[in-house]
Each structure stands twice: as structure tokens, then as C-alpha cells.
Write a protein that binds this ligand. Sequence first.
Ligand SMILES: C[S@@+](CC[C@H](N)C(=O)[O-])C[C@H]1O[C@@H](n2cnc3c(N)ncnc32)[C@H](O)[C@@H]1O
Length: 344
Amino acid sequence: MDELSWEEWQSLCEMMNGFIKTQVLSSACDLAVFDVIERGATVASLPSQLEINEHGCRVLLLGLKQLKLVEVDEAGVIKNAPLARRCLLRGSAQSMVPFVRLNDKIQHRACLHFTQALREGRNAGLDEFPGDAPTLYGRLAKDPSLERLFHEGMGAYTRLSPRMMAVKEFADVSNLLDVGGGDGTNAIRLCERYPSLKVTLIDLPSVIEKARANIEAHGLSDRVTCQAVDMFADPWPHGCDGVIFSHVLEIFSPETIGLLYKKTRAYLDSQRGGQLFVWSLMCDPDEAGGLQSVKSSLYFVTVASGQGMAYPLRDHEAWLRDAGFDVVATYDARTIDHCALVAR
Ligand SMILES: C[S@@+](CC[C@H](N)C(=O)[O-])C[C@H]1O[C@@H](n2cnc3c(N)ncnc32)[C@H](O)[C@@H]1O
């Protein structure tokens, strides 16, 4: 038998050991390592600063150096790499620490059930979360601290990219219906960017409480109305000339997305027209990546709803045509596995 080539072994190692990268990152964020290093740390001082033993700290540093998140100079002084400084400090504007926690405590935990989900054709990862609701969102409603962790993570993930805010058609909208608006992260960003915009945010009851508190904390209660509405079962509040789905549609099956697009069409018709905005994870056109779209698709199938995928752009275009929409603009964000669509 031939020896494996270096490339083959590296490639196999990447696949077998990917979870180690996730684990090093998650543990580092749990321990606030990057914040401690930013305040000043050496190899000798770090164990006591983190309140862990020297050997454990040595292994943690081995992992962090492999990930190129920190560097250690000859005197033993540890420095954060630019990416760690930008995205892994708890207080930075683009901090992804809350999303790393969501990734670790919900997505990774649930994705361990992927094989079972495939075999049983159901979101078997839900078994990790007590309750009998058929989706993750129903289960989270019964676990306030996990639900808070989820929405803090989603907020950080959604805030990471400024791309959606650059969709110029938002300027034509007076009152935007934010369907599944979560903790209000988008409503707040959009109101800050478009001074005359009003937003009506709908979500499940336990989430609406969080959204209201967040909107109030940003002094936007006069511009953003929050209502507990089930987007499938309930009629949508009247008076909006725009509808946005951000990180919502990809959770569901093509049939359900088709129904939501048709419900949006009927809604906008009843309001004498308007625009539909979609901000969604989307995979590459050849359905061969990228990695974040693959991860999210596994998570949707294994836990979120048992359906869903980061569908390619052409799927959304076809469903929109079927629902009677004209796609008027697409804003590509392939570097982060996303795309924005505007339809009328
Ligand atoms: C992935 S989060 C997206 C949150 C936000 N739009 C964003 O981009 O960060 C999906 C949201 O859909 C909401 N949701 C799920 N099922 C719903 C339903 N039946 N009716 C209303 N909202 C729902 C969840 O509570 C959650 O806030």
C-alpha cells in the first residue's frame, strides 16, 4: 500500500479534527482569554489570570497558536492576532463572542445528532432540549437563559455584516414589517440608518418581550412596534408597505417558503403594494459550499425545524416568480454565504 501524501493527510486531518478548532475557540471565549490577553498577559501569568492550571493553559495556547489567534514573542508576551482583536473581544463593535456561544451551546451540541436526523427523517437534535414543541424556537421559549443566549448570538451574527443596510430600496419604505424579527437587531440598525422609517416587528411571544426591552433601551419605542404574532397562523398587522424576512426563510422547507411568499404577496396586495426584502444564507450556485451555508443547513435539518437549507439564489427567484413577484434587485454577499433580494 502507498503511503498517504502530505496533502492527503492534511486534508483528512482538517476533516477529522475540525471540531477541535470549534472547541478551542469556544473554550477560549468561555474563559474570556482574548480580553485577558488584550489587558496584558505572558505565558507565565496567563494560568493564574484565567484561574486554570499551567498544563491546561499550555494546551489551550497550543490550540490558539494553531488557530493563529494569538502570537507569543521570545520574552513570552502573548498578543492577540488582528482577527481576535476585531471579533473575539467581548466588547468590540463586531464581537462574535455571543455567536460563538450560540454555535457551541446550541448548534454544535445539536449537530452531533445529524446521522440520527438523517436516518429518522426528523430534527433529532431537539432531543437535547426539553419540551415537546416541534421546533427549536418552541423549546427555547421554555428555557429563558438558553433563549437569551440564542438571541444574543443571532444579534451578533446579524450585526456582523453591514451589507444588508446598503440595500438602497429600503429608502422607499415608510413602514416595514419585520417577520421573525428576533431581538430587534435589524429594526434598530434600519431605524438608525433610515431616519423616517417605522418598523412593525412580529415574532413569538417570549421573543417579543426581549425585542421590546431592546427597542426601549435604544430609545426607539415611538418608531418600532413589537407584536406577538405567529407568522404562519395569524394575520399580519396592517399598515406596512414593505416586508422583510432576515435569517428566517432558510429555516423552512420549499413548500413553507412558497406559502410565506404567497402570504406576503396577498398581504402587500391588501396594502396597495410594496416591496419584499429577503436577507438569507445561500449556498454557492453549484451547491458545493461555502462552509457557513453547509453548517447552517445541517443545523436547520438536525434541530431548528427538521427542514430548511441555505438554498441557492435561483430557488428563491423561482419561488418568488411563482408567488407573483418581480425580483428587482439582488445584492450578492457570497463572501459571507449570504444574498439580499428585493422583490415587488
Ligand atoms: C434565526 S432567527 C432570525 C432573527 C432575526 N430576523 C435576525 O435576522 O437576526 C428566526 C426568528 O424567527 C422566529 N420565529 C420562528 N417561528 C416563528 C413563528 N411561527 N412566528 C413568528 N416568528 C417565528 C424566531 O423566534 C426567531 O426570532
